[in-house]
Every structure is written in C-alpha cells, then in structure tokens.
Write a protein that binds this ligand. Sequence first.
Ligand SMILES: [Fe+2]
Length: 308
Amino acid sequence: MPAATLLMMPRPASDCAPQPLFADRLKDRALYVENFDETPFQFAHYLHEHPAFQLNALLEAAERLAQAKHNKSHYESGEPDRNAWFGARPEGTTLVQALASIQSGKNWVILKRIHEDQVYGGILRRIIPELSALTGMDIAKVYYDPTMTIFVTSPGRITPYHMDGETNFLAQIHGEKLAYIYDGNCHDVLSQQHIEQYWTGKLPKIDYPDAMPVGQWQYTLRPGNGVFNPACFPHWLQNGNGVSVSVSMNFKRRHNAAIGAHRMNKYLRRMGMNPTAPGVSLSVDRAKEATFGRLYSAAETLKNRVKG
Ligand SMILES: [Fe+2]
C-alpha cells in the first residue's frame, strides 16, 4: 500500500466554545467510521498547538512524575535496530536528565500514564467525547482504561518492532517520524501461537518479519497528523533528524471474545489439539470467552490483588 498522504489543515475559526483537539470535518468522520478499530489510517489533530505538550511543559511534567509514588515511566539510551528489544535504564541517569539531554543523546523517554497527572488527565477527558463523535462509537462505554502516554525520542532513534494489545491513536507533536505498521491478521506477520502467547503474558518479543521490512502501511508523521494503530498490529518507528514528541491515546475493549478464545486455544494446543482460530465462529469464540476466558481473567485479577 502506498505511503499515506499527509493530512494538514488549518484550525477552524475560533469562537467562545473550547477549541477542538481533533479535526472534525465530514471527510474526517468518514475516515474514522470506515476504518476505526480495523485498519490503520492517518488523522489530523491540533494537539501539537497545546502548551502542555511543549518540551518545557514536558520537563515539568517529568519532574512531577518522578515524585509520584507509582511512577511507571521508562527511559533508556542506545542505538537499537528495528529487530532489537527494549533496553534497560542507564545507571546514574534520572528521568528528567534523560529528557533534558534528548537533543544530544540517543534516548527514548516514555512518560507512562501521564493522564494520572491533573493537566493531562483533563486533556484526555476532552479527547474521549471528540473521538466518540468522530468514530460514531461511545468510546467510554465500549472501551476501558483510557491511557495517555508521551514518547520523546532523540534524533535518529529507532523504536524496535513490537505490538500492543490496546487500540491506539498516535499523534505527532514535534519533529518527524516514520511509522511502519503490519497487519496483525496476516499469518505471515503473526502466527496464532504468537497471539496466544501475547494474551497469556508469555511473549517477550515477536519475530521481526525479514521479508517485510516496511510492513503493509507506511506513514510520515509530522506535527498536526497522527496514525491510528489497531490493537495487535505490530509496528516499528524511525525518528527523523530532530527530537520527536508523540502522544499516544490508547484504550482496551471491554468485550473482546477473541482474547478469551486465544487464551483457551493456547491450552487446547498444548493438549495436542488444533483449535479453531478466533474470528471463524463468533459463537465458538463467545463460548470460549464465557468459560475458560472468564476463569483466566478471574485468576489474573486475584494474582494481581495478591501481588498488591
Ligand atoms: Fe507501540
């Protein structure tokens, strides 16, 4: 598929109402309704104009996060290739130092769950109804755990090939970045065993498909555009010559029979069976989810509670 064309557009004339954070014209809605949750697509937004996403504001946010009791933010340094795995935090460097040296370093800083900060939580709460209007779907009802994460990367830095189980909008704020996305439904990309391992927490790294270096979709991300990445569609990213700032807004589906089916299939396969792949029969998927899937989820919940 050819690289998508860049969507850039002027902000609508201002009035007394709060400014929208995403472009919302008839053609935008058509794009979301046609593709959301199934196929990658490029969208237009105004988040890059928001003061909370400028580098000085992010430094202040990183300082607040560093003080937080359960700070899950990650940072690392190095020059991984697209088939590498994520690295460890550099010893003797703090989150704020890694962010402050982003221009000259080889750093990758992830401000995780930044919506738990009051400023960014307020922005995410504005975004959800906008996305509901664009997609024609009540996002708060159909999805749970809305999460905002900010990625700040040094010039030239690569984000290695990986996949996420959440449905994800990645908005570019600063700098330029190439995004390569792979069809998670394609068996040459992901096997059933890979997906089963992922949903049972046993997939540390997925195999990079050497025969498909740039995936099925390629996008150039610049301030004012972004890409929708469906859940379980693997991807890798290549930063341009400057610092890149991207904002991820991701969501988990409340009802997803395929997850329970994948979990059950892993154990059926272990017993020597060749189970039906999710998506072939919705009634079979639902039966697997309602039995093994629910038991698995309950056991996970209990395990997490015991862990504290
Ligand atoms: Fe990702």
